[in-house]
Unconditional design. Sequence first.
Length: 273
Amino acid sequence: MSEPRAGEDAPLVDTHFHLYTRDMPITDWAWHHPPEDATAEQFIATMDAHGVGFGVVAAASLYGDYNDYTIRSCRRHPRLRGTAFVQPSITMYEMERMKADGIVGIRLFFRRVPNPPDLRSAEYRLLLRRVRDLGWHVHTLVASAMLPEIIAGCEQAGVKLVIDHMGQPDPALGTNDPGFKAMLAAIERGRTWVKLSAGFRTRSPEDARAQARALVGVAGGERLLWGSDWPFANFEGRVRYADTIAALRDWVPDAALRRQITGETPMRLYFGE
């Protein structure tokens, strides 16, 4: 794969990366302990070095609902938006303040999480209604077997849904995974977006390419986004930011389609009014 030079056909928006400092309070069930900080200033310098204009912080599951650093980063840097982990007990006033500070959605992360909730429970129906009222979205990473349930809960609530990392189907099933197929069907219904991201977490580059191209075949550029997954948790030192841009170019050879996936679509979803 050829490596793009900074500013040459660069993504306009990186829709998936994490910010944290090692002194932040980590959850008891954290699956990874970062070896170093990943600060907003470090990420903005990385964006600038690769010609990327805007970014959307994905709330890091390691820190639960400690959203303070993400919120302050979005407040300091107008180029950033972010998502947050919240409890269903959060009030409308808290959510409105978060929106004013650059938060654009909530993250539901149910991989490795003890006792994942039922989105159709009364408390989650209330939370999702507030997400809908704010014009926010839900973005999620779950085991592929859970995707149909998450999709159904979000569709019932009428909220926009963004699925991380190409849905991460079962490696043994790949694009034949029932969860992956449910995701493709949800895209066609018009309120689900999927991130072409974290290909390095798949079993092989060929698997990542197959998943990405299956998504492109169904979604085109209108329901796809791109994210680097910086700072590559659990892959630190093995993946470079430029590698993730090169992977995107491999998955989506058409430059006009890449511009839609990395520019028009995320700008409308995350930065539009």
